[in-house]
Design a protein around this ligand. Structure first.
Ligand code: PLP
Length: 395
């Protein structure tokens, strides 16, 4: 049996996969089992921010794998403590809890908010979330995800979740109350179509959360770790949350998630209240330390911003040339969406055939989240392929 047959026979069919098998990756490039090379402008869905097999990260992982992989959180772990310190030094954070994924980080953040609320008043357990949001696939995470397709058939959902309109403070005011324990929001909705929050919206959420004494949670699973040109996207706005969730790029490909908290949220989760067997083990946190050291460099982040502008300009030129396909371009740093006038699945397929990896989110948004180490020449290469694809889809 080949890999396709084995997958078909033995792997649960939860994904529609493209018929490609990648066997090697370097920087912004992936190579399939036939030796064909692809420019990766998706980075494993905003995970490999330092590119594939970044030498410093791969060396650290190999070295750590020979020394110590796992011991459990019954003991102190050097690399975990170091990564927590690095995250706090580079953010509003005061304390960090480590887990394994974005959904798990959000699950924990929701538990944290509920615990905070119900210690004040047993009725203070409601969570306010936003339409078109995405927070992951566990029960609490789908419960706060504002897209029905993810929760259909899995009900009942968590009780006490209220949805408001993203970038609409009036709609938030309609659903919050003294019973609200937490508000969870993505600074830029990723799966929802690369939709940045407006500054006044996040400022307003901060004021509302303070008024009703609720925990403000920013889900930075997709926007974090340099993706937008700042280490964390909230740093573009003059607003700090009480809690931020991280995952995806924190390990550049090894599974790690984190809940970062400050002030009233920092000490809610006491011994025995929350845990995760693998959370923050020596292997993944060693990778995380390398990632944070590289990404927190000012020069590196300035480059992300500059290359983001370059990509955006290139996409806007394509929009001007193909106005029947691309409507407009939005995003921050190297998290860019080209909003199309047509469904864009076929564009993604044609691009892949020509050696360019991008994806489609929200049905009609082409998502570009390349490795942050991508060069201008590589961006040009990707835009050239996209141009050829757009020519085919123009009519
Ligand atoms: C904003 C956001 N939150 C949470 C998640 C879920 O993360 P994971 O798939 O690691 O559980 C994602 C994944 O795409 C995401 O984009």
């Amino acid at each position: 049996m080949n890999v396709f047959e084995k997958t078909e026979n033995f792997v649960m069919k939860t994904y529609n996969r493209f018929p490609v098998v990648f066997v090697k990756g370097r920087g912004s490039w992936l190579y399939d089992d036939k030796g064909k090379k692809y420019l990766d402008m998706l980075a494993g869905i905003a995970v490999c921010n330092l590119g594939h097999c970044h030498p410093a990260v791969s060396d650290a992982i190999c070295d750590q794998a020979r020394k110590l992989i796992h011991v459990s959180n019954l003991f102190h772990i050097e690399t975990q403590a170091e990564l927590a310190e690095l995250i706090c030094e580079n953010s509003f954070g005061e304390k960090v809890f480590f887990c394994n994924s974005g959904a798990e980080a959000n699950e924990g953040a929701i538990k944290l908010a509920r615990r905070y609320g119900t210690e004040k008043n047993p009725e203070k357990y409601e969570i306010v979330a936003f339409r078109q949001s995405f927070h992951g696939r566990t029960m609490a995470a789908v419960s706060v995800t504002g897209q029905g397709k993810y929760s259909e058939g899995f009900g009942p959902m968590l009780t006490g979740v209220k949805f408001a309109e993203f970038n609409n403070l009036d709609s938030v005011k309609e659903v919050v109350s003294e019973r609200t324990a937490g508000i969870i929001v993505e600074p830029i909705q990723g799966e929802g179509g690369i939709v940045p929050a407006e500054e006044e919206f996040l400022e307003g959420l901060r004021e509302i959360a303070d008024e009703i004494d609720a925990i403000l949670i920013f889900d930075e699973v997709q926007t974090g770790i340099g993706r937008t040109g700042k280490i964390f996207a909230y740093q573009h706005y003059g607003v700090e949350p009480d809690v931020m969730t991280l995952a995806k790029a924190l390990g550049n490909g090894v599974p790690i998630g984190a809940i970062v908290a400050k002030g009233k949220a920092a000490d809610v989760l006491k011994p025995g209240l929350h845990a995760s067997t693998f959370g923050g083990n020596p292997l993944v946190t060693r990778a995380g330390v390398e990632v944070m050291r590289i990404v927190s460099d000012e020069g590196f982040l300035r480059e992300v911003e500059r290359k983001g502008e370059y990509l955006r300009k290139g996409l806007e030129e394509l929009r001007d040339r193909f106005p029947g396909v691309i409507d407009y371009v939005r995003g921050k740093g190297l998290m860019v969406g080209a909003v199309c006038k047509i469904p864009c699945v076929d564009i993604v397929k044609s691009a892949l055939e020509k050696g360019l990896i991008i994806n489609c989110t929200a049905g009609n948004v082409l998502r570009f989240v390349p490795p942050l180490v991508i060069t201008e020449e590589e961006i040009d290469y990707g835009l050239k392929i996209l141009e050829e694809v757009l020519k085919e889809h123009e009519g």
